[in-house]
Design a protein around this ligand. Structure first.
Ligand SMILES: NC(=O)c1ccc[n+]([C@@H]2O[C@H](COP(=O)([O-])OP(=O)(O)OC[C@H]3O[C@@H](n4cnc5c(N)ncnc54)[C@H](OP(=O)(O)O)[C@@H]3O)[C@@H](O)[C@H]2O)c1
Length: 371
């Protein structure tokens, strides 16, 4: 007999999806794919979006709301997926924590250090579990590479490089909020935080460990800030008179970690090319360039060994491993343990993001952590 785990009548965890946009479709699909969860409610700015999302996912007996506080009163909500634009994440997380709900928080966590502090206090006071959607930690190639680093295939890693290259623009439904200085804040925050998190992930040897940043130095530039010409990488076309991006699209950061590993990470939203997410890891017994490996483990090796895998090579949310992330989170809740990618851990990734922004402003390195 299956142990009752959640509050729905069949004992599943009831889920509220908040923010019925692009990424929510994959959260819903992942909950539908998990035998222990059921989506019981959707809330969004417009009820119409919530209804559309419910119909598309063929959800039955789902309650629809336009207001988060009302939705949180639904008797069967155990978990909330926060899928709103980034400038709303903090207030959403505070409301969910106060209501005692476990929370899946879309990246980025929030738009400033003050918000990180507020979320840390709220989650700690309420004791709820969290996972932040640095979903690439569950990408198959990420998992293979992390295992290789953990098992010493490269010896001891001393240098890691990761890059997020994507001409984000109006092809993304979230762009109108994300392109602004007030709500988007920076290219690292809007999208490059995936590469920052990957840098931490591969800079640590533990299989479920991300490295602790102690200093960041960054520069930013590129040509796209204020530019009204946009590129559509899917159709290889140019769009004129587009509302401009209000911050620099190119940021490059150097990061020192407490374990001695050095990192270089960039976000390049100015690039004219399809999406790419290059990864390089250098150890004292081998190196990895994307999915190509050179290692002392293979003494007869005469050329790079290429490991076929699913690479982080698409910006499409349907390509992202949300199923594995949600399955992991449900196990954490059931086993009453923290995720390696919880709020507290994700704050360290955001420390680099906000530290980089500060470094760009002052021209000086920034010691971390600052909160
Ligand atoms: N982890 C990943 O790989 C990944 C991938 C994509 C996006 N994301 C993140 O997910 C978040 C959402 O992105 P998205 O691509 O799904 O954007 P989106 O398509 O624009 O969806 C955002 C949704 O939030 C709703 N919303 C806006 N303001 C609201 C408010 N005041 N109250 C309630 N709902 C509100 C909108 O509602 P209406 O439709 O009702 O107006 C919209 O449906 C962002 O933080 C983004 O960075 C993460």
């Amino acid at each position: 007999m299956e142990q009752t785990v959640g509050t729905t009548e069949e004992g599943r965890y009831g889920v509220l999806i908040h923010g019925a946009g692009w990424v929510s479709s994959q959260h819903i699909a992942a909950y539908q794919g998990n035998p222990r969860t059921r989506v019981v409610a959707i809330s969004s700015r417009s009820k119409e979006s919530a209804r559309k999302r419910a119909e598309e996912a063929e959800l039955e007996s789902v309650s629809l709301y336009q207001d988060l506080d009302e939705a949180l009163k639904h008797p069967n909500v155990d978990i909330v997926s926060v899928c709103t634009p980034q400038h709303l994440h903090c207030s959403n997380v505070l409301a969910c924590a106060a209501a005692g709900k476990h929370i899946v928080i879309e990246k980025p966590l929030g738009i400033g250090l003050k918000e990180l502090r507020q979320m840390r206090a709220a989650v700690s006071d309420s004791g709820v579990r969290t996972v932040v959607s640095f979903v690439l930690r569950w990408n198959p190639w990420f998992q293979t590479l992390k295992r290789m680093i953990h098992e010493g295939v490269l010896g001891q890693a001393y240098y890691v490089e990761t890059d997020y290259c994507s001409h984000n623009g109006s092809w993304w439904s979230g762009w109108e909020d994300a392109r602004t200085a007030a709500q988007g804040i920076s290219a690292f925050l809007v999208a490059g935080c995936h590469a920052v998190d990957a840098l931490r992930w591969f800079a640590a040897a533990g299989e479920l460990e991300a490295a602790e940043p102690i200093e960041v130095y960054a520069v930013s530039g590129g040509y796209r800030k204020g530019n009204t010409t946009q590129y559509d990488p899917f159709h290889h076309e140019w769009i004129e008179n587009a509302p401009p991006m209000e911050y620099n699209g190119l940021e490059v950061a150097l990061v020192k970690f407490s374990n001695g590993v050095l990192g270089k990470v960039s976000v390049n939203m100015d690039c004219i090319m399809p999406y790419r997410f290059p990864i390089r890891v250098f150890g004292n017994r081998g190196s990895v360039m994307d999915n190509r490996v050179w290692s002392h483990h293979y003494p007869g090796q005469t050329d790079w060994v290429e490991i076929p895998s699913i690479l982080p090579d698409s910006s499409d949310v349907t390509h992202h491993p949300f199923q594995a992330q949600i399955d992991h989170f449900i196990e954490c809740i059931r086993e009453d343990r923290e995720s390696h990618c919880n709020l507290e851990d994700a704050i360290k990734t955001h420390e680099i993001v906000f530290g980089a922004l500060e470094s760009c402003r002052t021209g000086a390195p920034v010691k971390l952590p600052r909160i």
